[in-house]
Design a protein around this ligand. Structure first.
Ligand code: ADP
Ligand code: MG
Length: 692
């Protein structure tokens, strides 16, 4: 593209703009802003009304207002603490201005006699209404006062190390160029909703009039926001279609279980697969037998029996003479898989290999040789992703608990199986229940199977909430359960954003509980332990050598100890629903009636109350996920840590479901170039993720 075109299309990198050096550019990038056009789509968080001056006698407490007047009195105090107060007066009345920190320049600015315009929040003070740290502009004598804006002043989401004023200026300048036609955005949808084309929607959202629908702008129902959300959803739809076109051209390995190992596997399991397991096994088998590489996500609540699905897929690959690999995010989990899966698969005559970071020296050499040799199935951690690891004939990659891995890691393992233009099948298993409304977009480009049934005989975990002032009673209950030979978890979740403090809190709790529970064996596990140490503690707990395990949230994922039937979660009010659900899923895996006690610190906020209520009412992961979505919104539910999932800038999947209906028809009306333009505008670089 010619440079002129690129500037007109808003494609200039931000570093090309005045006042943006490499450091500022990197801060802007942290906000997702890389090209000039991105500035236009960085929407305000809220607005300030500076369109009119409020007379001082009309001010109300807690109102944010623009006022104008003259300083009639100033007082500067240095000790015991610095404080400057100044009285601003107009014809109608007066107000105090108060500064707790100030520079000499501010003392000069607020001098007696100065004419000022101040913007800030009005609060009741010791001598009537006051404004603390207002934003101040001086009106110099003899100069005309600057005109008031006729639209609201946007306040943008900013980030540390970036001046909000600079960000506002950059966005304002980009908007000016848009207005003047120096930036022209292709607008294939045109004036589709409420007469708003793209340009007018953008200008409206950044600079609404003082009488505009502020509530609508805040909750996204405003036609201008809806217009932008629609285009964003359309862009995602188009990107997904593009991914599917790419996928349709890919070739994989056809694995149709010629030796009928899967039926043999199912026959030797100590239980009969549930209906849901059978259905998902069949869905996976159909993919594996096909021409195209599988990209399937298996979603199943904790304890729903995903390991069996993996085992069947692994057996199919081996049955056809190929190799398969399964990777888990922690050594504890991987080892548990190795234990279970090697037991089942070796009974079919298959050779399994274990590889993790701690496998070193001769054992490692032997494992690597087996992978290029006669091994059928590799089981391990991300160590399998490493460059030195090569396979003879890898045709299937299974990733358990996928949200812990980045998409790139998943790809690097898949790349190991790429041969003659053929790609290995990929199966992703997750216990994170993504609400149905989000699943499609969250896992763009993946087909989804759901295990929506738990193995028979499971009794739902009963959940109660208790204020931490009743901790004594909870310990009593714990003592009783341990006395009956049951095992329990005591979870101390993150209190500060620090693994160290969290570990210390858990350590203290473990010491207290050891003292309070004489005769019982108390173990401790937290994120500061070395993998081998964690492993050892988990192994002891699994083997019943520990009665109580005090843990931080490191136990969240996947660990299976059926005899553990009581869980106490401290600071439960601080945890999100999904995390509480994951934690609670550690109990209730055996035949005992399991219980979960949510200890909270009163008083409970409204949100925490709602969350704890949900946890008491249901154990269904999908219901919980839907509630989570309702309470927090999709941005939070999908989270920034969940690499590889789509994130939306403006659209809100829960709010904008009715826009979905229009998307398909609109997509059909666009040509390829128009579609590509929208994809690049809205998704840009992120598109590589869904190409995975
Ligand atoms: P997930 O990985 O989905 O959390 P697992 O595969 O670890 O679940 O299975 C949880 C427990 O349930 C394991 O002890 C497993 O042996 C058992 N299990 C799995 N499927 C069944 C079934 N159909 N009937 C009875 N028990 C089952
Ligand atoms: Mg599992």
């Amino acid at each position: 593209m010619a440079p002129a075109d690129s500037a007109q299309g808003g494609q200039r990198p931000l570093e090309a703009l005045n006042g943006v050096g490499p450091q500022i550019a990197s801060r802007l990038k942290a906000l997702g802003l890389e090209r000039e056009v991105d500035l236009l789509f960085h929407l305000p968080l809220r607005y300030e009304d500076r369109t009119q001056i409020t007379p001082l006698n009309r001010l109300l407490p807690n109102q944010t207002a623009l006022v104008e007047g003259r300083i009639v009195h100033q007082q500067v105090r240095r000790a015991p603490r610095p404080m400057m107060t100044a009285v601003l007066a107009d014809d109608s009345g007066q107000i105090n201005l108060r500064l707790f920190r100030f520079f000499p320049s501010q003392v000069r600015l607020l001098r007696e006699g100065a004419r000022l315009r101040c913007f800030g929040e009005v609060r009741p003070g010791p001598q009537g209404l006051e404004m603390a740290h207002p934003q101040v502009t001086e009106l110099r004598p003899g100069q005309a006062a600057p005109p008031l804006p006729d639209s609201l002043t946007p306040v943008y989401p900013c980030t540390q190390g970036l001046s909000p004023a600079l960000l506002s200026r950059l966005i304002a300048e980009a908007l000016d160029r848009l207005k003047a036609g120096d930036i022209r955005l292709a607008d294939p949808l045109g004036t589709i909703s409420d007469g708003l084309d793209l340009k007018s929607a953008l200008l409206r959202v950044h600079a609404p009039g003082p009488k505009d629908d502020l509530a609508g702008l805040a909750d996204g129902q405003h036609p201008a926001v809806q217009r932008l959300a629609l285009e964003e959803l359309l862009a995602h739809h188009l990107a997904l279609a593009r991914v599917n076109r790419v996928r349709a051209r890919q070739r994989g390995f056809s694995l149709d279980d010629p030796r009928q190992l899967v039926p043999r596997l199912l026959a030797l399991l100590p239980f009969a697969p549930t209906g849901a397991q059978q259905r998902v096994i069949a869905e996976v088998a159909a993919d594996l037998a096909g021409e195209q590489p599988m990209r399937r996500l298996v979603q199943g609540d904790v304890g729903s029996g995903k390991t069996v699905i993996a085992a069947a897929a692994l057996a199919s690959a081996a049955s056809a003479g190929y190799q398969a690999a399964i990777v888990a995010p922690t050594e504890i989990l991987a080892e548990q898989h190795f234990h279970t899966l090697s037991g089942w698969l070796e009974a079919l005559g298959l050779k399994t290999v274990w590889l993790a970071g701690k496998v070193k020296g001769r054992a490692r050499k032997a494992a690597l040789e087996a992978l290029t040799g006669d091994a059928d199935v590799a089981i391990g951690t991300h160590a399998l992703f490493q460059e030195q690891v090569a396979f003879r004939k890898l045709a299937l990659v299974i990733v358990d608990e996928q949200h812990r891995f980045g998409v790139h890691q998943r790809l690097s393992l898949a790349a190991k199986g790429q041969r003659d233009g053929r790609l290995p099948h990929q199966l992703v298993m997750t216990a994170t229940p993504i609400p149905r409304t989000l699943a499609m977009t969250a896992y763009a480009g993946l087909d989804v199977s759901v295990i929506d049934e738990l193995p028979p005989g499971r009794k739902p975990v009963t959940t109660v909430a208790a204020s931490q002032v009743r901790r004594e009673q909870v310990v009593e209950r714990l003592r009783h359960a341990l006395g009956q030979g049951r095992q329990a978890y005591w979870v101390c979740p993150l209190i500060e954003e620090s693994e160290l403090l969290e570990a210390e809190a858990a350590q203290t709790r473990a010491a207290e509980l050891t003292a309070a529970l004489p005769g019982f064996r108390v173990g401790l596990i937290h994120g500061r332990l070395k993998p081998a140490e964690k492993q050892a503690v988990m192994a002891e707990f699994s083997a019943g050598q520990l009665d109580l395990l005090v843990a931080t949230t490191v136990i969240e994922v996947g660990v299976d100890v059926p005899n553990a039937s009581l869980m106490i979660i401290e600071n439960a009010e601080r945890l999100g629903l999904s995390q509480l659900h994951q934690l609670r899923g550690r109990v209730g895996r055996g035949s005992d009636q399991a219980a979960c006690v949510l200890l909270y610190k009163p008083p409970l906020g409204q949100m925490a109350q709602a969350r704890i209520g949900v946890m008491r009412e249901t154990t269904d992961g999908f219901v919980i996920a839907e509630k989570d979505l309702e309470l927090r919104g999709p941005g939070e539910v999908l989270g920034t840590r969940q690499t590889g999932m789509l994130r939306f800038r403006i659209a809100d999947l829960a709010r904008d479901t009715d826009l979905f209906d229009q998307v398909e028809a609109l997509a059909a009306g666009l040509d390829r170039a128009q579609g590509d333009e929208l994809i690049s505008r809205w998704i840009g670089q992120a598109e590589q993720f869904i190409d995975a």
